[in-house]
Write a protein that binds this ligand. Structure first.
Ligand SMILES: [Zn+2]
Length: 112
């Protein structure tokens, strides 16, 4: 029997060990404050960035009914979290990381 030396750790643990991202809320120095939301990842094509969307209901008085409105936000996606399209994620507000990113993915709640 051959033994694989030093390859027993899972991919996730290895990622966490090697995470030296300064903008990571778990391993870096990024502070989270403000609002938090749960949404679905629309797109994860850009590097370390995800577009997160969620639906809210707004009451329209004229028709006495609710209409659906969508909120779409760009959020920072650290390598150790690595959320993919279709994932349900928890995002928290942080300092502005770029022109459009003011939120950061904290955890993946439901994998697609
Ligand atoms: Zn990390």
């Amino acid at each position: 029997m051959k033994k694989m030396a030093g390859k027993k750790t899972t991919e996730d643990i290895e990622k966490q060990k090697t995470c030296d991202d300064r903008k990571c809320p778990h391993h870096g120095s990024l502070k989270l404050r403000g609002r938090e939301f749960i949404g679905t990842v629309l797109s994860s094509k850009a590097a370390k960035t995800v577009a997160v969307q969620w639906v809210r209901r707004v009451f329209v008085r004229k028709f006495e009914r609710y209409e659906k409105r969508r909120t779409k936000i760009m959020a920072y996606n650290p390598l150790c979290i690595d959320a993919k399209e279709g994932d349900s994620v928890l995002i928290k507000e942080t300092r502005p990381l770029s022109k459009t990113k003011k939120f950061c993915v904290v955890e993946v709640i439901n994998k697609k």
